[in-house]
Design a protein around this ligand. Structure first.
Ligand code: FAD
Length: 365
């Protein structure tokens, strides 16, 4: 299959957390274009994923804002530069080309050719938690899913196993159990398992779930997945594993075999360093070693900013990440064009910067 030509850009930012977004803003002020990629389906990194509605009190000049409000402000600030954002996908490969540029590819098949790379990967990519059971991961996207939408996109499911105890898991179970009978479309048999007979979903959802179990609309087992039974089929000459059933062990240790053709795992997300650790960059305690003057990593043209960066005295705070993004932007501009003379300009007084930002120049330059 022919692959299309990669999109060409000055910079790629790996991670759309607060520091990645601010990196794009700083690059915009230096007239460098960029693309941003994040594994999450929305920008904001830890601020949105872990504490979107909680207050932050130590952002300079903002006495209090929530994680989501901070990210909304950052997105508004970067809007004049409109960096393309590729969300819901992991940057999986990063290769240096013979001409000194880099080629990055994502798990969604996007390819980007860039002069410099900023790794703003925080504590890692937020990826779905999944039980570690032999053969399970290999079923991903055919019979293993991490969202109800993805499961429903597969069409007819006869026996669905849901793993999880949170709001999403119980809501998904209820929604699937309420699927109306349709001609030619079987109503799925839905089983939810969780290792304890207690849930973290909202109380009202828990009540609705328990009612549905009591009425026989769906089944609950206090159990853990222990094995998947996969039959290998040859289809059009390709060996393919097809899920037949699963084994689950209940709290007494008894093993049950359940006929299952689709598994939906809804156990939340956890950060995983993933591909970043395989790009050959010098690391220290799961962080990328960076020069604190330029945020350059051990590879020329690749910069580390925010929580992923390590140097003596590093503090994993948002304000520190913002500072690093400024230093990295200037260093990258010099790397791209060593002849370029970069005068420090103020947004409060530079007509040029104000023109880039599309704001009215009221102060003169
Ligand atoms: P992150 O916010 O972690 O974002 C990194 C992004 O990179 C993620 O979205 C991830 O999915 C993505 N990513 C990683 N690898 C890849 C890849 N290969 N491909 C695609 N995407 C990838 N700091 C403060 O200053 N003040 C506070 O009050 C404060 N409170 C906090 C409260 C909590 C509960 C936590 C957990 C942290 C708090 N912090 C606080 C720390 C702050 O959230 C971090 O310093 C900040 O989020 C770092 O931003 P970042 O952009 O470097 O990384």
């Amino acid at each position: 299959m022919a692959t299309s030509a990669p999109a060409v850009t000055d910079a790629v930012i790996v991670g759309a957390g607060p520091v990645g977004i601010y990196q794009a803003f700083q690059l915009g002020l230096l007239e460098l274009g960029c693309h941003i990629v994040d594994a999450l389906p929305h920008p904001g990194g830890q601020c949105v994923e872990l504490y979107g509605d909680k207050p932050i009190y130590d952002i300079p000049g903002l006495p209090v804002c929530t994680g989501q409000q901070l990210v909304d402000g950052l997105l508004q600030q970067v809007r004049p530069f409109a960096p393309p954002m590729h969300l819901g996908q992991l940057v999986s490969t990063l290769e240096r080309q013979d001409d000194g540029t880099f080629l990055l590819s994502t798990t969604a098949g996007i390819r980007l050719k860039t002069k410099v790379v900023f790794i703003a990967a925080g504590v890692g990519a937020f990826l779905p938690r999944c039980p570690s059971v032999d053969g399970l991961r290999a079923l991903a996207s055919t019979q293993l899913h991490f969202s109800l939408d993805a499961l429903q996109a597969r069409g007819n499911a006869e026996h669905v196993l849901i793993i999880g105890d949170n709001e999403d898991a119980l809501q998904a179970a209820l929604q699937l159990a309420q699927t109306p009978e349709q001609p030619g479309r079987a109503k799925p048999v839905v089983t939810l398992i969780h290792r304890r007979d207690a849930f973290t979903a909202e109380p009202a959802t828990q009540r609705a779930f328990r009612d549905a179990v009591a009425s026989g609309a769906l089944r609950f087992l206090s159990a853990q997945l222990t094995a998947v039974d996969v039959k290998t089929d040859a289809q059009q000459g390709v060996q393919k594993g097809v899920l037949q059933s699963v084994s689950v062990a209940d709290t007494q240790g008894a093993v049950h075999t359940l006929a299952v053709d689709q598994i939906l795992v809804l156990q939340g997300l956890s950060p995983q360093l993933g591909p970043v650790s395989g790009w050959g960059l010098a690391m220290q305690r799961k962080m990328l070693q960076a020069d604190p003057a330029t945020m350059a990593t051990s590879a020329a043209g690749i910069y580390a900013v925010g929580d992923i960066a390590h140097y003596p005295g590093k503090k994993r705070l948002i304000a520190c990440g913002f500072h690093e993004a400024i230093l990295a932007a200037f260093a990258a501009a010099h790397h791209i064009d060593p002849q370029r003379r970069e005068l420090l300009q103020y947004t409060s007084s530079s007509a040029h910067l104000q023109a880039l930002l599309g704001v009215e120049n009221t102060a003169g330059s």
